[in-house]
Design a binder for this molecule. Structure first.
Ligand SMILES: Cc1cc2nc3c(=O)[nH]c(=O)nc-3n(C[C@H](O)[C@H](O)[C@H](O)COP(=O)(O)OP(=O)(O)OC[C@H]3O[C@@H](n4cnc5c(N)ncnc54)[C@H](O)[C@@H]3O)c2cc1C
Length: 314
């Protein structure tokens, strides 16, 4: 059983383990919140941020992917008053992973949701306050303490801040890319995307581990998959264990030195054009319900005064 530092059970006095009062059953609508807004639901469930007192917290962590969750676990376990804020929900990108096999301590692998739920539980156990959805839009470093401002105007005062905001996907610079996002173009390959794509031919774009995992997962669900990789071979960006499995899979075709150069369809994506190298004529493939992972991402830290121009392969 989890006990607080004063020896009492969390919640025994009607307080949240982090010291916060239990949420009232009914709350007033948040400033600017529309009916049905996820923030409003979070508010009713007591998930949105509420200051416990006027004092600054010891540690505010922005982003609750694996990095933010780890920071919260270690901060709270060292006795720091810790809040963890996420714009969307707990888990970050990792929560979209169907199976993570290279995380220390889990030799058989586990789903991203399972991994991040365990971490969230661990952070709560040590008394961290987890809040979402609450997007941080400003970091003020000019005062005696750090001041974070949330999208709804709420301020969070902190003695220290960890930015664990991960990466934001950048789409490919193709006509109609934005139209097909969520209608054939997806940035993850979980059960939901697999159901949406059914047994249609799929194109997975990218040459690193996420693309390899997505290709294997979708192929295991019966879909013929083309893995389109810009580079000359898979080994530059993909772990060896995944390369072996991808190459051996009978339903996966690996197209190296290949780029997506056009998209086609009506309300949803129906075809992608794959162009090998730069000289060869494009080969158009029908790909109804095609899945495409963006190959580039950048840190979403512009609001904190740090440039968000870095790129990373995924
Ligand atoms: C489908 C998929 C499969 C993957 N599989 C593997 C794998 O098997 N092995 C592996 O090692 N890696 C894998 N990865 C990569 C791994 O998930 C990432 O490297 C990891 O999640 C990065 O963790 P992070 O905490 O740095 O950032 P993220 O997981 O990106 O989390 C960042 C969080 O910050 C929040 N945030 C951003 N800006 C703000 C803001 N202004 N205010 C509040 N919150 C904000 C976001 O909402 C997000 O929740 C996979 C990724 C994907 C998408």
């Amino acid at each position: 059983m989890v006990r607080r530092r004063d020896g009492r059970r969390p919640g025994a006095d009607g307080r949240h383990p982090a010291g916060r009062r239990r949420p009232a059953r009914r709350r007033r609508r948040r400033a600017g919140a529309a009916p049905g807004d996820p923030g409003e639901l979070a508010d009713v469930l007591g998930l949105s941020y509420r200051a416990l007192s006027g004092d600054p917290v010891d540690l505010a962590v922005v982003g609750s992917g694996p990095a933010g969750l780890a920071a919260a676990v270690y901060g709270a376990s060292e006795g720091l008053r810790t809040v963890l804020l996420d714009a969307v929900g707990t888990g970050g990108q990792a929560a979209a992973s169907s199976r993570i096999e290279n995380y220390l301590g889990f030799p058989s692998g586990l789903s991203g949701v399972e991994l991040t739920q365990r971490a969230a539980l661990q952070a709560l156990k040590f008394g961290a306050q987890l809040s979402s959805p609450c997007e941080v839009v400003e970091l003020d470093t000019g005062g005696t303490q750090l001041r974070l401002v949330l999208r709804d105007g709420t301020e969070v005062l902190a003695r220290s801040v960890v930015l664990a905001t991960g990466a934001r996907y950048r789409g490919l610079p193709l006509d109609r890319w934005a139209d097909f996002e969520g209608a054939g173009i997806y940035y993850a390959a979980t059960e939901l995307e697999a159901r949406a794509c059914s047994h249609a031919p799929l194109t997975v774009v990218g040459g690193a581990n996420s693309a390899g995992q997505a290709a294997l997962f979708l192929a295991s669900r019966g879909a013929p998959v083309t893995l389109a990789v810009r580079g000359p071979d898979l080994t530059a960006g993909m772990s060896a264990y995944l390369v072996d499995r991808v190459l051996a899979h009978p339903r996966i075709t690996v197209a190296t030195g290949t780029q997506v150069t056009a998209l086609g369809g009506g309300d949803s994506l129906e075809s992608v054009t794959l162009t090998p190298g730069t000289a060869a004529p494009p080969a158009s493939r029908r790909a109804s319900g095609s899945s495409a992972s963006s190959a580039r991402s950048r840190p979403p830290t512009g609001w904190a005064g740090w440039p968000s121009t870095g790129t990373a392969s995924c």
